[in-house]
Each structure stands twice: as structure tokens, then as C-alpha cells.
Unconditional design. Structure first.
Length: 132
């Protein structure tokens, strides 16, 4: 979540870059933080998922991660056309920053790892298993 907040903050800064030189200095920072955040999130999801259901969980993860693009992209295009590129980048960065900050604040003390990530250890036992 910290990576997401840094990404969003640098993205907002890039919207207000006064010239191409400063913008070109900020772009590699944006790319590096984005890659580190995406790789970290992907790794965490895969390592914390039992191998029996990892494919399904990754399918849901990628659907959420990439699935919003066809829905949101037209709105971003319309907003860019109406208010301009810089304000649109700043607004998108602000939305990301607010979402990452809210998620971080809500879950910062709830990140304790369970002893095991196996399905049988995480899920409640079913009625049939309780009889034994």
C-alpha cells in the first residue's frame, strides 16, 4: 500500500511538472514504483494462496486488475478531452492516492499472517468434517 501511495503521489507531481525535463525525470520513478508495487502484490497473492486454488485466485486477481480498463478508459478519455491532460492525470492520481490511503488506514493493523495458508487450515470445517 505504501508503494501505491508513493506511485500516486509521484503521478500527481508529474501532472504539475513545469517542463519536459522534470517530467522525464519523474517518469522512470513512476515506472519503477509501479513495477515494484505490481510485482509485490502479485507475489503476495501467489505466495499466500494454497496451490490447489492458486489458478482460480489469480484469475480473479487479474480480472480485477485488468477488468476495469474497458469500463474506465472511455471516461478518462472524455475527461481528458473536456478538462485537459494534466488535470486528468492529477485527478486519477488523487483517486489512487485516496483509495490506497483509505485501504492502508483500514487494514494496517490487520495484516497478521495465519500460521498456514492451506485451504483446510484457513476455512471453517464443514459439518461433515466436524462429525469425525
Amino acid at each position: 500500500m505504501v508503494g501505491s501511495m508513493i506511485f500516486s503521489a509521484v503521478l500527481i507531481l508529474s501532472a504539475f511538472a513545469p517542463n519536459y525535463l522534470i517530467y522525464s525525470i519523474l517518469l522512470p520513478i513512476i515506472g519503477c514504483v509501479a513495477l515494484l508495487t505490481f510485482i509485490g502484490a502479485n507475489t503476495m497473492v501467489q505466495l499466500r494462496t494454497d496451490s490447489q486454488i492458486r489458478g482460480r485466485v489469480m484469475g480473479i486477481y487479474l480480472t480485477v486488475f485488468l477488468g476495469g480498463t474497458p469500463i474506465v478508459s472511455p471516461f478518462i478519455g472524455i475527461m481528458t478531452q473536456e478538462v485537459g491532460t494534466r488535470p486528468t492525470v492529477a485527478i486519477c492520481g488523487l483517486i489512487s492516492l485516496l483509495a490506497a490511503t483509505a485501504t492502508f488506514v483500514k487494514f494496517k493493523d490487520k495484516g497478521q499472517e495465519p500460521d498456514s495458508f492451506a485451504i483446510a487450515d484457513v476455512l471453517e470445517p464443514t459439518y461433515e468434517n466436524k462429525k469425525d
